[in-house]
Write a protein that binds this ligand. Structure first.
Ligand SMILES: Cc1cc2nc3c(=O)[nH]c(=O)nc-3n(C[C@H](O)[C@H](O)[C@H](O)COP(=O)(O)O)c2cc1C
Length: 352
């Protein structure tokens, strides 16, 4: 077994950053030396002890790790990952040891550049075959703390849609969440442009006649005035309720306990599930707000007590004692003509 070639490491890291992330913003940096890749938090990412921001950070990190592992397997390289945050070095998140010759090629590597978030209003069928359902279950089962639950039965759909609507509506009603949501949208690149960080407006599937109005809503005084007429409810229906009603599949990923390792694994499991769905020709949109705002400590990040408790109670009825971490819709749709870009790899590298 030799040292992994520099060029292979570069290609592995380029695949790693193709992973999805909350708001298309990888708040991490890689430091490479010999057979080791260390992952550091960028200055603006702190792994908080609780709350929903921590969930977003760990799920995104888990997706990066899964891409890294799959991409490394293409070169026969195995990756052993340790989640580190240590009190004396809180910015050092992960230590990944590369082992040349230690892996079987994972065919999902070919799907990494094809996977993208699809926000088209209507996803259509046909529904999954039993073989495809089993493949998706296997993708998640690889990570033992995670469970995949489909919410497609007629008695489940209205219950989960109520929770999703409550959470997505809050994103437009609450000034803190409104600021968080709209600050991620890169109106500066226009409706036909792309960007390396943040969300290009063209990827949001807003209907052309509604675009000027949607752009105006980024100003809180405008949104606040429109909300008096019920705009937040309308947006909750358009952005989540309707697309989920129309989707053939709605799923939730849960963990037994929301500890850091389980959340990291959930991010990896979700990415594996998404790549497998991509191999089936399906598209997917993550819609995790109803799970995130139920997180313990979310109130400290602006989520009203009553909403957090309603979500906790509602999810308990649907998934029992597990903690929901990611909700998504899945089906067939034409891929979005505008997809997110990434910064050049050099942006994500640091020397030590
Ligand atoms: C943890 C996490 C949360 C996300 N939440 C949402 C969401 O609420 N709504 C949405 O449309 N996309 C969501 N996404 C998708 C990201 O916006 C998307 O992955 C990112 O913009 C990169 O684009 P890509 O998936 O097309 O590569 C989420 C992704 C992750 C990993």
């Amino acid at each position: 077994m030799g040292r992994v070639a520099d060029d292979d490491i570069r290609r592995i890291l380029e695949s790693a950053i193709q992973a999805p992330s909350a708001d298309n913003h990888h708040r991490i940096r890689f430091a490479v030396d010999d057979d080791r890749i260390r992952v550091f938090a960028a200055e603006d990412l702190v792994l908080r002890p609780e709350g929903y921001q921590r969930l977003l950070a760990l799920l995104s990190l888990g997706a990066v790790v899964e891409n890294l592992r799959i991409a490394a397997s293409r070169f026969g390289v195995a990756v052993d990952t340790r989640l580190l945050p240590e009190p004396e070095r809180p910015d050092l998140l992960l230590n990944c040891r590369l082992q040349d010759g230690g892996a079987v090629v994972d065919a999902l590597w070919q799907r990494i550049p094809e996977r993208h978030t699809c926000r088209t209003l209507r996803f259509h069928g046909p529904s999954m075959s039993e073989a495809q359902r089993a493949e998706l279950a296997t993708a998640v089962d690889r990570y033992s703390p995670c469970r995949l639950i489909w919410l497609d039965r007629p008695d489940q759909r209205p219950r989960v849609l109520r929770l999703m609507r409550l959470a997505e509506t809050e994103r437009f009603r609450n000034p803190l969440l409104h600021a968080e949501l709209f600050s991620a949208v890169r109106f500066d690149v226009g409706w036909h442009g792309n960007c390396a960080e943040g969300l290009p407006p063209g990827s949001l599937a807003v209907e052309p006649p509604l675009r000027p109005f949607f752009a105006l809503l980024r100003h809180w005084p405008v949104a606040k005035a429109a909300n008096r007429l019920g705009m937040h409810r309308l947006l909750g229906v358009r952005s989540c309720d309707l697309p989920c009603r129309l989707a053939p599949h709605l799923g939730v990923l849960t963990v037994e306990k929301p500890d850091p390792r389980s959340l990291l694994d959930a991010g990896s499991a979700f990415q594996r599930l998404w790549l497998t769905a991509t191999a089936h020709g399906r598209v997917l949109q993550p819609l995790p707000a109803s799970a995130l705002y139920a997180a313990a400590g979310a109130q400290g990040e602006g989520i009203p007590d009553i909403l957090q408790q309603t979500l906790v109670d509602g999810w308990r009825e649907l998934v029992g004692t597990d903690t929901p971490v990611m909700v998504f819709r899945m089906g067939f749709a034409a891929p979005s003509p505008i997809v997110t870009g990434r910064q050049p790899l050099a942006h994500y590298l640091r020397s030590s």
